[in-house]
Design a binder for this molecule. Structure first.
Ligand SMILES: NC(=O)c1ccc[n+]([C@@H]2O[C@H](COP(=O)([O-])OP(=O)(O)OC[C@H]3O[C@@H](n4cnc5c(N)ncnc54)[C@H](OP(=O)(O)O)[C@@H]3O)[C@@H](O)[C@H]2O)c1
Length: 330
């Protein structure tokens, strides 16, 4: 039998566990070219909130009764596809379920010896590529630049800061707890991290970056973005990547005043990871090497068992996750 989590009710505001339902169904019979895989790790990502409500531009809405979508690392346990062998580990999109069927379209084979499997969903996966491409293509970091990133303890944020430092820049993080800030400084090596929940962000950013920000990599929008626009160095770059403060809102709040962008001659670029898959191989080769050499680090917020997926996703959407949010299926 397969255990899966389906949508019971379209969430209003922050998703609740009661919006989801665990159901069991028999494993399907394989047809020609199909493979059956058992999920090892399931990635929980903020974009899933948009897919559930039909707001994501690249994915179809999840309807009531549908299995929730998501990227997975899975092991092939049966195969009617001559290109994919039983025992191989693949990246696929099983969603929130223990077993999935794939016709091989869009899968990627994973070498289990190159890095811990779960990192393919986090720092070496889509979030890592988002950080890498957004920072290098739009941020264009140079030696001694001051790079500030919000949601700094997450997979995107921690990679932005670590890659910035590999390129000789100084990384400053913004995060929502003392524990997160300590990890951002001690594990990810950022020069500083500001706790925006307990410190005065407007004052602290001036103290920490007296000459202004050369790059602001924005994962949250809202007041944090507004404060950063007022602290830009000349010719600063802002990379707009995510809006964690808005995903649970039915209507977005009034936007920040971007007037200071003009004064500082800054440019703003939005990053969409799907435009940068041509860089995926280059990124994985480089980042796997950095991981082996100890130049980058990562943290994961891991919970076991498919039945705990709704609880862990709701916690991500409340901002309580600490590191790349992963479900591991025993
Ligand atoms: N443009 C693209 O192609 C692309 C691709 C991937 C991801 N993204 C975006 O990148 C951002 C980071 O993604 P991630 O996977 O690395 O996530 P993450 O950082 O692991 O999780 C989100 C974090 O956002 C912070 N946050 C700030 N305000 C929040 C609020 N009002 N409610 C909930 N959380 C809040 C929380 O950290 P603190 O407690 O530190 O505030 C939370 O832990 C997201 O906005 C995501 O949508 C964009």
């Amino acid at each position: 039998m397969n255990k899966k989590i389906v949508l019971k009710k379209t969430p209003i505001g922050i998703p609740k566990e009661s919006d989801f339902k665990l159901v069991e169904s028999p494993l399907p019979e394989l047809r020609k070219n199909e493979v059956l895989t058992k999920t090892i790790h399931l990635s929980l990502d903020p974009y899933i909130r948009g897919v559930i409500t039909g707001k994501h531009i690249y994915a179809e809405k999840v309807n009531i009764g549908d299995t929730i979508v998501g990227r997975t690392i899975a092991k092939v346990i049966d195969s009617k596809n001559s290109d994919i062998q039983v025992g191989e580990i693949i990246m696929c999109s099983n969603g929130w379920q223990e077993y999935g069927v794939s016709d091989g379209e869009g899968i990627r084979k994973i070498d289990p010896s190159s890095a811990p499997l779960s990192t393919n969903l986090g720092i070496l996966g889509m979030p890592g590529l988002t950080a890498y491409a957004g920072l290098l293509v739009y941020g264009e970091p140079k030696k001694d630049d001051v790079v500030v990133v919000s949601a700094a303890s997450g997979p995107v944020g921690c990679m932005v800061g670590q890659i910035a430092q590999i390129h000789g820049a100084k990384a400053i993080g913004i995060a929502g707890s003392e524990e997160k800030c300590n990890v951002v400084k001690e594990k990810f090596g950022f020069a500083e991290c500001i706790n925006y929940k307990t410190e005065n962000l407007s004052e602290r950013i001036k103290e920490v970056c007296p000459n202004g920000l050369d790059i602001y990599y924005d994962n949250v929008g809202g007041e944090t973005l507004d404060i950063m626009t007022k602290n830009l160095a000349m010719f600063a770059r802002i990379v707009l990547c995510g809006f964690m403060t808005q995903y649970n809102l039915a209507t977005p709040p009034p936007g920040p005043n971007l007037g200071p962008i003009v004064g500082s001659r800054a440019s703003i670029k939005g990053v969409v990871v799907y435009d940068h898959y041509d860089k995926q191989q280059e990124f994985i080769t480089l980042a796997s090497q950095w991981l082996k050499e100890g130049k980058i680090n990562y943290i994961e917020d891991e919970v076991f068992g498919i039945e705990n997926t709704p609880m862990h996703f709701c916690s991500l959407m409340r901002g309580e996750n600490f590191g790349k949010t992963i479900i591991t299926i025993n």
